[in-house]
Design a protein around this ligand. Sequence first.
Ligand code: NSS
Length: 430
Amino acid sequence: MPENYKFADEVKPTDSLVRLRGWIYRIRTMKKKIFIVLRDASGLIQCVASKEELPEKVWNNLENAAVENSIIIEGKPVEDNRAINNVEVHITDFKFIHKGEVFPISKDQSQEFIRDNAHLFLRSQKAVNIMKVKASVLRAAREWFYNNSFYETTPPILTGSACEGGATLFSLKYFDKTAYLSQSAQLYLEALIYGLEKVYSVTPSFRAEKMRTKRHVNEFWHIEGEEAFVDFEGNMNIQEELVTYIVHYVLENNKKELKALNRDTTELEKIKTPFKRITYKEAIDILNDNGFNLKWDDDIKTEEERTLSKIIGEPFFITMYPAHHKPFYVKIDQNDPKWCFSADLIAPEGFGEIITGGQREDDLETLVRRIEEEGWSTEDYKWYIDLRKYGSVPHSGFGLGAERITWWLCGLDSIQETLPFPRTRNRVYP
Ligand code: NSS
């Protein structure tokens, strides 16, 4: 008997004997045969036990086995073209690691029940497949940044001031002061470019958004880049390269998972640089030509984004928003100060915005005025304003939501499915 355990997906019909460990995914007990599908991190494998070929004690154990018991199986792999990966293991020995209680999750349970039991639902094939895709998204992003000479940095999560506006700030008691959970690492990344020039971070971001939508959660993972000497256009080039790399990395490395999630990848396979760019003004015109009735200053909301994304049919940027639609840090177009250098990257197939980015305001006076207009104290932002006082340089950056891109790549119904323990307005349990 081999000393080591094999993963389910490594087992070949030509192997002599194998030892497997994992959990019972499915079990079917008949008079003289028991079929078990064993589950481990690599996938599933079918195993079969015959009463006649096993010592009584082993057979009795098998008769007591149930879904999600943790087990060890030893056996002989045999070719079987009806089985997963064309291999079935004929069991020669079986042991419990932990028998445990009856597993509470079965088929056809409500979303609410599943959310209450998120800690157990993480064993499901659906959750496992999504988490594998998400791991690839994070890995591909890091790889891309590394290949393009960006430094990974570790900005703080506890902060003293807002980045994305007061309405979505979570505040907390910080000894005798008030602090906030970070909405975005951006302002800190801007400080870091003066030493490292090209930086990125992968951090949790928090938004006290009250609305319940399919694409908002209150805690998400933010992949953010910031680059010195890069303008608005250069920043979009970086984003489209990064996103294209992630898409193709996942297509290449997660074929099995995407297939299991029933994701039709036709549209994803077509994705290549450069992405289309349309201005906010053009976006409003397109929408009005397609049944909307929008004025110059109106927001491009979820429904509008979805419509645009269906019409254009590939990832695209909406550029040059009205200045007052965007936060204080976005650079104003000095030729026509109604507009600012901010862009959203919109994913196709109706998934909508996955990135917001743009060029940062580097004019000291404009920045101070914009902070005051938002009603913030310039004292709280003194350090940030300082960055424009000593060798300021043009710079740009962006934030990509790890859940938004995973949601799109997996083609899921709700973004919540991309987090093991999603935080929403009425849920911080489990
Ligand atoms: O608010 S953003 O649009 N922009 C920023 O935070 C910038 N400070 C980023 C930067 O330039 N460094 O958020 C950026 C992205 C957005 O496009 C989504 O992909 C994601 O962060 N995001 C969210 N994902 C899930 N749920 C919520 N609530 C959410 N909010 C933003």
